[in-house]
Design a binder for this molecule. Sequence first.
Ligand code: FES
Ligand SMILES: [Fe+2]
Length: 365
Amino acid sequence: MAHSDVRVSQKLSEAHTLPAWLYTDPEVLEIEKRELFSKTWQYAGHISQVQRPGDYFTIEVANKPILITRANDGEIRAFYNVCTHRASKLVEGEGNKSLFSCPYHAWTFRLDGSLHKASNMKGVENFDEKDFCLKSVRLEVQESFIFVNLDPNARPMSEVFGGLFEGLKKFKLEQFKKARVVETICHSNWKIGIDNYLECDHCPIIHKAFVQKLEMEDYEISIFDHYCYQGAPLKHLKGDSFDLGQGGRYYWLFPNMWFSSDPGPANLSIHQSIPLDHKTTKYVYTTFLRDEVIGKEAEELFAYDDVLRKEDRDICELVQKGIETGAYTQGRFSLTERCVHHFHLLLQDALQDVLPLPQAAASPK
Ligand code: FES
Ligand SMILES: [Fe+2]
């Protein structure tokens, strides 16, 4: 790992970007999985996936298998999808069950995570079934979206993303239905995708259709503690009170998740950026529509989104090509790249104790 870098300064006009090795070193990703993805709120799914008692689905967070259930008491819970006998992965996919039976020695678990039956344990001393419940994971439901956090001490989402969900309430997201899920692969480090999402300097150059639709003069950028907002209304509209679909609204949630709404029928897409390795990222775009019927307008929105996202992925792959050469070490920010700067500061803060990043100078006594 390189060590002779300039620290990302708090002051945008004099700040350098994060050093390039942070994007190219495979060891960094392992540290990010431990220090970032295992300690931050991650999108898990939509409440419609666990509507009835017994409904469950499985996901991975930081490569760890997680199980989401709705038990008979109506409670939605998250657990490590790991049997407490000999650690086998417990269940695959999604569905509805009254008990989870381990594929290895058939221990069974209830929907609330408690151990139901431990086969072949007769005569074992000091064995209390209560000590062998599935290991819980923090879970929150916000506006019908389910999020999990592997850090048992994580601050609640209302604190981390203060004001975000209150601000979204006016869009009545609980009325939205899941319309489609698209998965794509981008051959670039996950942070290149976030950097790209967090500025619109490239929009007039790369996203021609985007700038034709939106009133770019009114493009707004707001920065909050652990999220950023960017957005603009459709060309003939003014102000910032436009509904979802009447412009572009883009909320990024630290570190790797964003909520996007593009011109069209009232819509919201949750984007997850999931690193597969240090130079490959899987994007999962889950689009929700207020209107249940997928008509012509929705088809046009999907087509528009597909073009927009491909334009971004293509440019991210060019950045990856360049950054891998070693010819680029650190860049600078334009004054409109405020959100990218914010991301780099948050990342520097999260990783500076575990990676050889330049430290802040001690303050004079
Ligand atoms: S590992 Fe699950 S029952 Fe043995
Ligand atoms: Fe873009």
